[in-house]
Design a binder for this molecule. Structure first.
Ligand code: NDP
Length: 478
């Protein structure tokens, strides 16, 4: 069975009005950078320049931290929780009202399919603000003492894979707990963070409570090392996470790190195969595999290996790759030329080390950054594609015979962010979950997120939790 033919169904971009250039959002206003430097952000699907964005230098970061400090001392930390909640509810509602615009903007700047930005990213952004608005006046019941106090000014650095969602994960709990923030979005995806700055204005959020400084790694470094920051929250690569941990170690800054992963998605012989195949596809091809908790290592019980692989290949032949704004698209563009080069390099290494590479027949657009859904079989645990985070639509398949062997192999990684278990036996799910060294274990599903559920890692996947009651701890003086 091949693909159905669908007529193109592109979402209109008219709902987005892009400015030619964007300043920094400091003290409630868009302002130019001190040294006048700027960079361009492009659509990874077409390489079209979308806008010019200011590159914040140390003096700009300093201004943003001062604005956040002022707002913390004089306004935000003095407001009762119920008042802070009103602003968060207002932001959540504006996100819902502007959902379509934000989804189109996210797909333009990031390359992810509109189906995902519209149905996953943006609804979760609103959910995070609603959820944390609910906590703002109930913090004394969160289990952190009768009068939980905020930390002060948070410096937050986020990656490009879920730009607005990562912003929500960082800003919503910080504000709910009474902190103010300076956030740096990733260089390749600054536009929804800047749209969020407009939303803060629209919500009449007091100036300085949220500040957005755009720029590259240097801007991030200036932010996390700034002495006026009380807390650092980072999501990104393990390498940069380690650098930040070293930079923060001699200070009193509180730190949370959400880093890489190499999750095992484990399919037992009694799992419903079609359902498991959907979970495997969602686990690694959702968001082009640019997901820290992606199920990038598939562990299949040997007895059903042939059946699962055949069903997976059939399913992959139906995936549509192409225009992120087309509502039929399943696999969008790779976020940047640099990320594409990394995916290509590691995939070539996989072949050179002896694994067998397979992709469904699929035509790649000529312009932009694209990589086909790819499956490697014959992978051993020593292969680099089984050990390193590829952060792309590339699945490494391994096999196992017994549950104990599955646990051994799943845990044989420096990471520990997530895992998936597919079986019809509840007892086996619990047995596995108690042995898997992963912050999140999904059972008969994958990549399910909920603001009420804590998320975070073991080992080199980082420390601290985001979301749920546990996530509040990162923003309170406990
Ligand atoms: P980075 O870790 O470099 O980027 C994450 C964020 O940190 C970005 O905003 C980045 O800015 C900023 N940053 C970079 N260097 C510093 C620094 N020294 N101090 C403070 N902030 C800094 O990830 P990359 O985008 O370079 O991706 C590299 C690899 O990391 C990927 O191939 C993937 O394997 C992994 N990754 C993992 C993620 C996860 O969620 N686990 C998310 C993103 C990447 P800028 O964007 O300007 O570089």
């Amino acid at each position: 069975m091949g693909k159905f033919e669908y007529a193109p169904a592109p979402e209109s971009r008219d709902i987005v009005s892009l400015r030619e250039s964007y300043g920094l959002f400091i003290g409630g206003e868009f302002t130019p950078g001190v040294d006048g430097r700027a960079f361009k952000t492009i659509s990874p699907a077409t390489e079209e320049v979308l806008a010019e964005v200011t590159e914040a230098g140390p003096a700009d970061v300093d201004r943003a931290v001062s604005a956040a400090r002022q707002a913390y001392e004089h306004t935000w930390s003095r407001l009762p929780g119920a008042e802070r909640a009103k602003y968060l509810f207002r932001i959540a509602r504006i996100v819902q009202e502007r959902a379509r615009e934000l989804a189109v903007l996210e797909s333009l700047d990031n390359g992810k399919p509109i189906r995902e930005s519209r149905d996953v990213d943006i609804p979760l952004v609103a959910a995070h603000f609603f959820y944390h608005a609910g906590w703002a006046d109930k913090l004394e019941y969160a289990g952190y003492g009768p009068v939980p106090r905020p930390l002060g000014v948070a410096g937050q650095v986020i990656p490009w894979n879920f730009p607005l969602l990562m912003l929500a994960w960082k800003i919503a709990p910080a504000l709910a707990c009474g902190n103010t923030v300076v956030l740096k979005p990733a260089e390749t995806t600054p536009l929804t963070a800047l749209a969020f700055a407009e939303i803060c204005q629209q919500a009449d959020l007091p100036p300085g409570v949220v500040n957005i400084v755009t720029g590259a790694g240097e801007t991030g470094r200036a932010l996390v090392t700034h002495p006026g920051i009380d807390k650092v929250a980072f999501t990104g690569s393990t390498e940069v996470g380690k650098e930040i941990a070293r930079a923060c170690a001699p200070s009193r800054k509180k730190l949370t790190l959400e880093l890489g992963g190499k999750a095992a998605n484990i399919v037992f012989e009694d799992a419903p195969v079609d359902q498991a195949v959907e979970g495997i596809v969602n686990g690694i091809f959702f968001n082009q595999g640019h997901v820290c908790c992606a199920g990038s290592r598939l562990l299949v019980q040997e007895s059903v290996y042939a059946e699962v692989l055949a069903a997976l290949r059939r399913r992959l032949e139906t995936l549509r790759l192409g225009d992120p704004l087309d509502k039929n698209t399943d696999v969008g563009a790779i976020n940047s030329a640099a990320q594409l080069a990394k995916i290509r390099e590691l995939s070539d290494v996989g072949e050179a080390e002896g694994a067998q590479r397979w992709s469904p027949p699929c035509e790649l657009p000529v312009k932009g950054f694209w990589f086909p859904p790819t499956v490697f079989t014959g992978v051993s645990q020593a292969h680099r594609i089984a050990r390193e985070e590829i952060f792309g639509p590339v699945l490494s398949v391994l096999t196992f015979r017994t549950p104990a062997e599955a646990v051994e192999k799943a845990n044989n990684t420096p990471y520990g962010l997530s895992a998936g278990v597919w079986t019809e036996k509840g007892s086996l799910i619990l047995w596995m979950a108690s042995r898997l060294r992963a912050g999140v274990v999904w059972a008969n599903t994958f990549n399910k997120f909920d603001p009420a559920s804590p998320f975070g890692g073991y080992k080199e996947s980082g420390y601290g939790r985001e979301g749920g009651r546990h996530g509040l701890e990162a923003y309170l003086d406990v």
